[in-house]
Design a protein around this ligand. Structure first.
Ligand code: APR
Length: 243
C-alpha cells in the first residue's frame, strides 16, 4: 500500500473512532535515544536475556543485573518524549478515551502527558524488595550495588516483569478492558513477538475493529492489520493523527 493511501485510510479510521487503545513497544522510544531490543545494535544483541532479565539471573548475579538496569536508567534520565509520544498524548484531547498499553518501562508516555497508561512490563524508575515486595522510594538514577529493603534483609530489584514472570493481573485486566472497549486499536513500534503483550494486537484483529500498525519494519502483524504504515513513529504518528 502506498504511504499516502495508507495515511488516508488510517486517518479515516482515526476520525471514526471515539475510543482508542494503543499497544506500544520499544520502537516508539527509539527516537528518544533509547535502544530497542531486537533491532541491530539492540539490547539483546549485547546481553543474554538469561543473564540480566530473569529471576534466576538476579539470584545468580544481582550486580550484573543492576549494571544492566542502571545503564538503561542513565540513558532514560537523558530521554525526552518524542513527537510520537506527544501525538498520542495530544490525541486524548480529541477522543472519549485513549488507553496506552505499553511494553516499555521508560515512563515516556506519562512524561508526554498520556494519563491512561498500562505498563505491562513494569517501570525502570521503580524498585522493590525481592523478598517482601515493598516498594523502594527516592532512589538515585544509578542504584548503588547492593541496595537493601528498608523493612527486611531482602535485596532491592528492578520493578520490571522479567522473562518467566507473570504480568500483574490488574494490568492484564486493564489491557483486556481497553481492547474490548476500543473502536480503534493501534500498534506502534513493536516486533509483536513477546506474549502476552502481542496477543492484544492479534485479538484486536480477531475482534474486527480497525487496527493500524506503525512500525519501521514489517512484523507478523503487518499483513493482518487494516493499515500498516512503514516509518518512524515520531514522523508517522503526527501525520496520521493531526492532519
Ligand atoms: N519507529 C517505529 N518503529 C520502530 C522505530 C521507530 N523509530 N525504531 C524501531 N522500530 C521497530 C523495530 O523495527 C521493531 O519492529 O520497533 C520494533 C521494536 O521491537 P523490539 O526491539 O522487539 O521491542 P519490543 O517489541 O518492544 O519488545 C517487546 O520484549 O525483551 C522484551 O520486555 C521486553 O518489552 C520488551 C518486549
Amino acid at each position: 500500500m502506498e504511504r499516502e493511501d495508507g495515511l488516508a485510510q488510517g486517518r479515516k479510521l482515526v476520525a471514526g473512532a471515539r475510543r482508542v487503545a494503543v499497544l506500544t513497544g520499544a520502537g516508539i522510544s527509539a527516537e528518544s535515544g533509547l535502544a530497542t531490543f531486537r533491532d541491530s545494535g539492540g539490547l539483546w544483541e549485547n546481553h543474554r536475556v538469561e543473564d540480566v532479565a530473569t529471576p534466576q539471573a538476579f539470584a545468580r548475579d544481582p550486580v550484573l543485573v543492576w549494571e544492566f538496569y542502571n545503564a538503561r536508567r542513565r540513558a532514560g534520565a537523558q530521554a525526552r518524549p518524542n513527537p510520537g509520544h506527544l501525538a498520542l498524548a495530544a490525541l486524548e484531547q480529541r477522543k472519549e478515551s485513549v488507553v496506552i498499553i505499553t511494553q516499555n518501562v521508560d515512563g515516556l508516555h506519562q512524561k508526554a502527558g498520556s494519563t491512561r497508561v498500562v505498563e505491562l512490563h513494569g517501570n525502570i524508575w521503580r524498585a522493590r524488595c525481592a523478598r517482601c515486595g515493598r516498594a523502594a522510594a527516592d532512589l538515585p538514577v544509578e542504584v548503588p550495588f547492593l541496595s537493601y529493603c528498608a523493612s527486611c534483609p531482602g535485596l532491592l530489584r528492578p520493578d520490571i516483569v522479567w522473562f518467566g514472570e507473570a504480568l500483574a493481573p490488574r494490568d492484564l485486566e486493564a489491557a483486556a478492558a481497553a481492547l474490548q472497549d476500543c473502536g480503534l486499536f493501534m500498534v506502534v513500534g513493536t516486533s509483536a513477538q513477546v506474549q502476552p503483550a502481542a496477543s492484544f494486537a492479534f485479538a484486536a484483529v480477531g475482534r474486527g475493529v480497525g487496527v493500524i500498525e506503525v512500525n519501521k519494519e514489517e512484523t507478523p502483524l503487518s499483513s493482518l492489520v487494516s493499515v500498516s504504515l512503514r516509518g518512524e513513529a515520531g514522523e508517522v504518528l503526527p501525520a496520521l493523527l493531526f492532519v
